[in-house]
Design a protein around this ligand. Structure first.
Ligand code: IDP
Ligand code: MG
Length: 136
């Protein structure tokens, strides 16, 4: 049965800074994702704190929010069958050192904090994250 989903993807500052935006978009397109919405923005630290609120008790929370707000990011709504899990698979493990060959984080990530891409971890969170960046 068909299960068309949307998920939120972010090309993080480390990847935008290295001009990987187009290369990473091609990866999504070649895997059958449709880029339904996209914008290049820079968010404030307080917006990053809201976005990553689930991590507020983690020791890395402050650095994480400083980092996500440190430079331009590309925020996209990706659409595909089972998009949430398909994007998690394409991204690979959070830590690029542990990510499998061929995944985006293996290819482009430099460290656990500078891991190049974000992707929603569930359909429910995808809806919340899409609404956070795109209001309508
Ligand atoms: P995810 O991005 O694979 O979903 P999460 O556990 O949701 O991973 O963590 C959000 C982001 O926080 C990660 O992408 C990574 O940039 C950062 N992060 C996660 N764990 C650590 C850590 O142990 N040290 C530093 N940064 C971390
Ligand atoms: Mg996560």
């Amino acid at each position: 049965m068909s299960n068309l989903e949307q998920t939120l993807s972010i090309i993080k500052p480390d990847a935008v800074e290295r001009n990987l935006e187009n290369e990473i978009k091609k990866e999504f397109i070649s895997k059958g994702f449709k880029i339904v919405k996209e914008k290049k923005i820079q968010i404030t630290k307080s917006e990053a704190e809201q976005f990553y609120k689930v991590h507020e008790t983690k020791p890395f929370y402050n650095d994480l929010c400083s980092y996500l707000s440190s430079g331009p990011i590309v925020v996209m709504v990706l659409e595909k069958e089972d998009a949430v899990m398909a994007n998690r698979d394409l991204m690979g493990a959070t830590d690029p050192k542990k990510a499998e060959e061929g995944t985006l984080r293996k290819k482009y990530g430099v460290s656990i904090d500078k891991n190049s891409v974000h992707g929603s971890d569930s359909v429910e969170n995808a809806k919340i994250e899409i609404n956070f960046f795109f209001d309508n």
